[in-house]
Design a protein around this ligand. Structure first.
Ligand code: 5GP
Length: 380
């Protein structure tokens, strides 16, 4: 593990609220418990639980959001999460988060993101470059401290309306100069629709069954987030989609046809979609521990990492939710190495090749390649 920590790494799939330290969550829960807003022991039990189905994970996120969604806490967790990744020797981080609106505390999506930016500027353990133009840093030039690039992806939660999704895309465009480079589609995969539909039929069925039945009948839903994703792509934002966390083959096919710049997970593909993904060469963000913990993949030995790796398909190891799944990027590298028999040379190459898939310009890529070149000298 020590070696995996010392290798410079690129993290491309990390959700802010999934990466919060457990100690911070407990502290926040205690405060809200003392105020009588929540029952601390209930929260403690939920947070401490190790294995959760994907469905349970989304319930946990609702709880985490109760604890974290106010401006000062958002600032705090952003600072902590970035510093935790820096301590792991992450040299380039794309952090994603869902901008949240909460009228009762005067929070708009913009003010949520301003709180995130404040957290970034408060990072003190490393120098952070967060502007695509390389102009905005929290120190950098001439500094001898460790440096790290941070970029943001704004997540659209599949529960959101088309209008709310569009608001997120507009916000991303507004915040381009502040390091926002793209859009992520995430949230419960059985909620929200890629396509158009007949409403009365959709009302008859619930959840995933409705998708199967309506697909079987050839009936389509109303698309919720697609207009926003199309708009984002037209405007030149990078797009990454959570894809194939459930076996909805029609949606998976449509997502590949949309040609996102990357996808996350890619767990439940049928053979045809698997072939399609490989020929489209869309880079895949692989989250091993997350897939195992949520039982999306039944065992690490049959994880699709192996197939993609052997096929030299573009892929990158990521944490997903380092807090929720009690992992770190070094642990993910260690797990891949021990599970799939990869040596140090292969692991280093895997870390370095991730530079090709980042949502940043050639200057940043060149700088990162130089960092890896330096590191290889030290590690040998
Ligand atoms: P946030 O966007 O609030 O900073 O991070 C937590 C959110 O990220 C969750 O509410 C959920 O929408 C999304 N998320 C985190 N992990 C996963 C995952 O494994 N799958 C999907 N589909 N969404 C996730």
């Amino acid at each position: 593990l020590e070696w995996c920590v010392s290798v410079p790494k690129v993290e491309l799939h990390a959700h802010l609220n999934g990466s919060v330290r457990n100690s911070t969550l407990f502290e926040l829960a205690r405060v809200l418990g003392d105020k009588g807003v929540i029952v601390f022991s209930d929260v403690e039990n939920v947070i401490m639980k190790d294995d959760r189905t994907l469905h349970e994970v989304f319930k946990l996120f609702d709880l985490i959001h109760i604890l974290t969604t106010d401006h000062s806490t958002v600032t705090r967790i952003t600072k902590e999460v970035i510093e935790d990744f820096a301590a792991e020797n992450v040299v380039y981080l794309e952090l994603r988060t869902t901008p949240k609106r909460n009228d009762s505390i005067g929070m708009s999506k913009r003010s949520y993101m301003d709180a995130v930016m404040e957290g970034l500027r408060a990072v003190s353990s490393v120098d952070v470059d967060y502007s695509p133009a390389g102009l905005k840093t929290n120190t950098f030039n001439g500094s001898t401290r460790k440096k790290m690039y941070v970029r943001f992806l704004l997540s659209i939660d599949r529960r959101e309306s088309t209008e709310a999704a569009m608001e997120t895309v507009k916000l991303a465009l507004e915040m381009r100069d502040l390091g926002v480079v793209g859009i992520d589609l995430s949230g419960n995969p059985i909620v929200g629709n890629w396509y158009s539909y007949f409403p009365y039929l959709f009302m008859c069925f619930e959840g995933y069954n409705s998708i199967i039945i309506l697909n079987f009948l050839g009936i389509r839903h109303r698309s919720t987030f697609l207009p926003a994703l199309k708009f984002a792509k037209e405007k030149g934002l990078y797009i990454t989609l959570h894809c194939g966390e459930v076996p909805n083959q029609e949606e998976i096919k449509a997502m590949i046809d949309f040609f996102p710049h990357r996808i996350g997970h890619a767990c439940c593909f049928d053979e045809e979609n698997w072939r399609k993904l490989k020929s489209a060469k869309i880079p895949v963000e692989i989250c091993l521990t997350s897939n195992i913990r949520t039982e999306t993949i039944s065992s690490i030995d049959i994880h699709h990492f192996v197939d993609l790796y052997k096929a030299k398909h573009p892929l990158v190891l990521c944490t997903d939710d380092s807090g929720v799944f009690s992992t770190s990027l070094s642990r993910e590298y260690n797990l891949a190495s021990s599970s799939f028999g990869l040596g140090k040379t292969e692991m280093f190459q895997l870390a370095e090749i991730a530079i090709n898939f980042i949502f940043a310009d050639d200057g940043v890529k060149a700088d990162l390649r130089a960092t890896f070149k330096e590191a290889v000298k030290k590690l040998n």
